[in-house]
Design a protein around this ligand. Sequence first.
Ligand code: KG4
Ligand code: ZN
Length: 341
Amino acid sequence: MAPEITILAIESSCDDTSAAVICDGFVLSNLIANQEVHREYGGVVPELASRAHQANIVPVVDRALVAAGKKAEDISAVAFTRGPGLLGSLLVGTSFAKGFALARNIPLIEVNHLQAHVMSHFAMEQGRENRIPGFPFLCLLVSGGHTQLIVIRDYLSMELIGNTIDDAAGEAFDKCAKVMGLPYPGGPVIDRMAADGNPFAFSFAKPRIPGLNFSFSGLKTSFLYFLRDRVGEDPDFIGKNINDLAASLQRTIIEILMAKLVRASKETGIREIGIAGGVSANKGLRQAASREAARRQWNLFLPELRYTTDNAAMIGITGYYKYLRSEFTDHSVVPAARIDT
Ligand code: KG4
Ligand code: ZN
């Protein structure tokens, strides 16, 4: 029998410190330390994020090893997020990974955070029916920093076919939530409020962007001006209509995303479809994707909620497939805030 391949994975690209242990493609543990410190600032403060990563990383890795029932000696390689993300945050995870790999004399594997979000669809768990996409696979990646359409031809072979030309979908959720006085991150808050609102109460202008690209900055501006006018007429407008505003905004964002996903599926002929990234946790988006899937005979993959927002399991799964190809990283590697996919 071939020896087990056990990957320790570290994710520290933004404001969550996460560690996971993956064994032969199965997730044994996936722990996340959320940083509450940013809440009062209404967004992530990079310097506070780096400090919190520094405080959290050793305890989170320890807990991930214990939860997986593994010891440092059992680890075959360390995978870490090299970017894109906040440089100070990435430095903490990168340095920890280097130190661990050096101490244990095991390979180091760099992982692209965006590729990892897509690869979360290949995370398997013991005792669960593991549905995994076949190739080619079309993925809508919607996170706080990115909105992309990607064709996946093989585990690590990805082609970008659509991208946002300005803001990301998650950013649109977060910025519009901020305008309404909601806490950060606004996406999950809007998701909850939208459940009790009328999605057709208000309408906002949708962008006309050719091809498979996206734009969300116009929506953000139109939302801001709309609120400014209405609040001018009635200072309590937001409070009185908060659920309807959330539902209408969410519907608009979902319509923009789904129109391009449908188009991408038609143009590529791919019906093996998935969504990934933090915004893929959105209930409305999941329902809309399920409706399209039924209508268009898609084989749809909705990630488990724990794999939608940032997590180290997705880094570990990507690391596992890189390990199988001996795609290891030199210790001179440095993190990169921006990486083109
Ligand atoms: O993938 P992620 O955790 O981090 C990045 O790589 O950016 O995505 C974070 C984004 C935030 O903008 C957050 O508001 C959004 O995902 N998000 C949601 C939901 N959960 C997280 N947006 C809408 N509905 C949700 N349920
Ligand atoms: Zn992410």
